[in-house]
Design a protein. Sequence first.
Length: 131
Amino acid sequence: MSKYNTKVYVLVSDTFKFEQECREDGIFVKVKSKFPYTGALYGLYDFFTCRIEPKESTEFGYLFPSPTASRNCSDSIRYQGDEMVLDVVLSTDGIEPLYFITADDLTYQAKCPIIGKTSTGSINGVDETKQ
């Protein structure tokens, strides 16, 4: 395992648990749901090119590729100092279209060190908010 691979667990509400893994080619985000979930997990600014739409799943994940690996998620990943910062949305309201964000949807922010740079801070800075 590379020294850049890092897992961070965050409990968001009583229903969803997020896991992130920093990889050389991007950030893998995994969601565990207490109940079967149907909806979408997508990059905040890249719904049409950067998403997964699980159906009745309790575990699902998606590799959000870094902008150097693919442009599909490039608007949802930004560089901040020595870190890549990814903003994703978990649609939890069932409102269609799924890219229409409501107060019931969850946002999750993952941070990973930029490969090839030495990080000066810790990697476990993860923020979650409810819109």
